[in-house]
Ligand binder design. Structure first.
Ligand code: MSP
Length: 633
């Protein structure tokens, strides 16, 4: 029987532009899709945008646009982003697509006719941000836990889906299918929801309040609740009810989401499917949240990380690699650019990049431009065995969605190959004509190891994989599936090498502070030269501050009494950087023979020396206590 794999991402709301969180889910889905294609599965990968509801209508209103025009624009931002991140989705669904509208109405009619949708009054606490009613106990300090706003009281007659009816069925289904929701922590979370009585779900909004939605097929005064509409995308996208794609890919569906939308996917969606007479999806795969420097990403904090900026700065494959390597699937992770740069330099530039360039340089030098014929009798089993071990570990890791472990297994193999170069010493073998056969075998094995590595990394870094394969002479890189690396020796002798630059140039991390320092390092142009005699005219002295007080009506000036061998008053512009009470007792350097001048009505006899600190000003000081009144030379 044909193996099939259907992977979906959430359809993203079009009220905000894509950020690293959206990119992460979609890249994970892409890695899974590519992996399964290379494993011989017929695969369908669906993503898209969620365009109806209050939130979108509100964003459009604020922008002075129609909801449709707004949705068209933001949806296009998502659609256009994905190719730039090498996302290989087969479908892109919009909830405003006519076929989706038809499918939602078809399912609503079906469930209504079966008696699972009824009309009733409802009063409750409603969060506009979440587009849902909250139960009192779900609120934190009376506020929505997501938006930290107080929900409004709303009373409405509405249509309800008999979700409660399916509670026992759902509990049993989750218990009978232990990986239905995974990892386990989220399965437990879903079961915890289900320990309380499951209420029916309000699935309509009166048009008097909201018109931006799909009309209920049995009451034109209402539109469909946005979650009831949105979840159905997963079956519309593969042509439910009649399309061949639906029969092929359902119910082998793998949904991928973050923990924020566990409840609609883990509770609403399976019960909706059950009521509509559709089999439940196969797995709900739930990942954690990317935070930024330990805090939640938000527009108001100004810490939203944009995928294209990172891709443009560091390259696409490093970006994809980092996201998959640094997040343990299911747990939260904190994004840091510094950690990203470290990964590029150590894992990519050092381990993989160096390996590729060393092997190719030796191959070019010792093998006349093409893959050599190995002398099998002398074959060493180190690399073939390590490759099979890595492949097995990688496959086991994918089966439990532990992509970071899959990468760790590949990198263990990369390091084995790096060590193999050191122990087999091709450069020494090259010195002795009697070792020629052995040398060719070693080099063949190193090149074959690069092919295996390229196939294994290709779901994560398709561009890099393609480059490696091309450079070692693989004629048809796209035909390199996992089947081709189950046995050693797939690389054809005689294939010509191609040249190429370093796969991953090393990068330097510049924190904002460092970048600012470097900017400052550019020396300001000097003033015209002076003679020593000119310099001698300036009389610098060490002074001790006796007292300090602010100059009235000035935010910058401080009046200082100083001891310079005699007592004097000077005025200095340091009020923003030093409090008057902190100044007495400090030793400073003063230009003592400057012509007196009046500043804000106070006569100043001398000028103190200060310079720019990293922030604000700093007084020029001493590293040993100086003699008050001494000349500065
Ligand atoms: N429109 C709904 C989903 C409907 S699916 C039938 C929605 N949209 S959303 O734009 O808010 O996207 C939420 C999803 O974006 C998360 O489940 C996750 O996949 C991704 N992420 C958004 N922020 C994220 C992080 N900070 N970290 C990781 N993923 C995040 O909810």
């Amino acid at each position: 029987m044909e193996k099939t794999f259907y992977i979906t991402t959430p359809i993203y709301y079009v009220n905000a532009s894509p950020h690293i969180g959206h990119a992460y889910t979609t890249i994970v889905a892409d890695v899974l899709a590519r992996y399964h294609r290379l494993q011989g599965y017929r695969t369908f990968f669906l993503t898209g945008t969620d365009e109806h509801g209050d939130k979108i209508a509100e964003a459009a209103r604020k922008a002075g646009e129609s909801p449709k025009a707004w949705a068209d624009r933001v949806s296009a931002q998502f659609r256009d982003l994905w190719p730039k991140l090498s996302i290989s989705n087969d479908g892109f669904i919009r909830t405003t697509d006519p076929d989706h509208v038809r499918t939602v109405q078809y399912i609503l009619r079906k469930v209504h006719e079966a008696g699972d949708i009824y009309f009733s009054d409802y009063e409750g606490l409603y969060c506009v941000g979440c587009e849902r009613f909250y139960m009192e106990k779900e609120l934190v300090d009376g506020k929505c836990p997501q938006h930290l706003t107080v929900p409004e009281v709303r009373k409405e007659s509405n249509y309800f889906f008999r979700m409660g009816k399916y509670q026992d069925w759902l509990i049993r289904h989750i218990q009978d299918h232990p990986d239905f929701i995974r990892p386990e922590r989220y399965r437990n979370e879903a079961l915890a929801f289900l320990r309380e009585p499951l209420e029916d779900l309000c699935i309509s909004r009166p048009k008097s309040r909201l018109t931006w939605g799909i009309s209920l097929p049995f009451d034109d005064n209402y539109v469909t609740y946005v979650w009831f509409d949105a979840l159905i995308n997963y079956v519309t996208g593969i042509g439910y009810p009649d399309d061949e794609k639906f029969r092929t890919f359902w119910p082998a569906a793998q949904h991928l989401i973050a923990k924020d939308i566990l409840k609609p996917h883990g509770i609403y969606w399976p019960t909706m499917l059950k009521a509509a007479g559709i089999e439940p999806y196969r797995n709900l795969n739930v990942h954690g949240y990317w935070n930024v420097d330990q805090s939640k990403m938000s527009k108001s904090l100004g810490n939203v990380v944009r995928p294209l900026e990172l891709k443009d700065k560091y390259g696409l494959d490093p970006f994809r690699y980092f996201l998959l390597r640094d997040m343990v699937f299911g747990l939260d992770s904190s994004f840091s650019e510094e950690a990203f740069v470290q990964r590029i330099n150590s894992d990519l530039a050092n381990d993989l990049g160096n390996l590729e360039s060393r092997v190719r340089t030796m191959a070019v030098k010792f093998c006349q431009g093409s893959v050599p014929e190995p002398e099998r009798t002398a074959a060493d089993r180190t690399l073939p065995e390590a490759a099979q071990k890595a492949l097995a570990e990688m496959e086991a890791a994918f089966a439990e969605l532990a992509m970071h472990k899959a990468l760790a297994a590949i990198w263990e193999f990369i390091n084995t190959v790096n060590r193999y170069i050191v122990t087999s010493e091709p450069w020494s073998l090259a010195k002795n004509p009697a070792d020629k056969g052995r040398l060719m075998t070693v080099l063949y094995d190193l090149l074959e190891a690069l092919r295996v590595i390229a196939v294994m990394i290709s779901p994560f870094m398709p561009g890099t994989a393609g480059k490696i394969l091309e450079r070692i002479g693989v004629a048809e890189p796209a035909a390199q599936t996992f089947e081709t690396i189950r046995s050693w020796g797939g690389l054809a002798p005689g294939s010509p090498f191609k040249r190429g630059d370093a796969l991953f140039p090393r990068v330097e991390f510049k924190s904002e502070e460092k970048a600012a320092e470097q900017k400052d390092k550019k020396m300001e142009p000097l003033k015209p030269e002076i003679s020593y005699e000119d310099f001698e005219k300036v009389d610098f002295r060490v002074a001790r501050i006796l007292s300090a007080e602010p100059v009235p009506k000035s935010s910058k000036l401080v009046k200082l009494r100083i001891d310079i061998g005699e007592e004097r008053t000077i005025v200095a512009g340091i009020a923003k950087d030093y409090k008057p009470e902190d100044l007495p007792g400090k030793s400073i350097v003063v230009v003592a023979n400057l012509k007196p001048t009046k500043l804000m009505g106070v006569e100043s006899r001398g000028m103190l020396l200060a310079t720019d600190a990293v922030e604000g000003l700093t007084l020029i000081g001493f590293d040993k206590p100086p003699k008050t009144g001494a000349k500065v030379r």
